[in-house]
Design a protein around this ligand. Structure first.
Ligand code: SF4
Length: 102
């Protein structure tokens, strides 16, 4: 008797993330990047480590965030805790990520 795996080994992380839904709190982002001349290495690293790819570096070398797809994993909060370059809060009730495990 053959047992089928419960998880498809060919499914990509992006496919799983696509299952999530977001309730965007328009005009009230729950994470903001404070004004800066030059980003610290920690802030710059967020352009590579944020799993939702919320952070990006602009042509002028600034780091910006679009928090609409944030999964509230807290990676950026931990990484920039010492530098104080971001303001991090949970979204207001009823807003933010809605995880779907499917
Ligand atoms: S909490 Fe996680 S998903 Fe949200 S912006 Fe920070 S690193 Fe990205």
């Amino acid at each position: 008797m053959t047992v089928k795996p419960k998880i498809d080994p060919l499914i990509r992380v992006e496919d799983k993330l696509y299952q999530n839904r977001y309730q965007v709190d328009a005009g009230r982002p729950h994470i903001t990047v404070k004004p800066h001349d030059k980003p610290s290495p920690a802030l710059l690293a967020l352009t590579r480590v944020c799993p939702a790819k919320c952070y990006e570096e602009t042509e002028t070398g600034q780091v910006e965030i679009t928090a609409d797809g944030c999964m509230e994993c807290g990676t950026c909060r931990v990484l920039c805790e010492a530098t104080g370059e971001i303001e991090w809060n949970y979204p207001r009730g009823g807003f933010g990520v809605l995880f779907k495990f499917g």
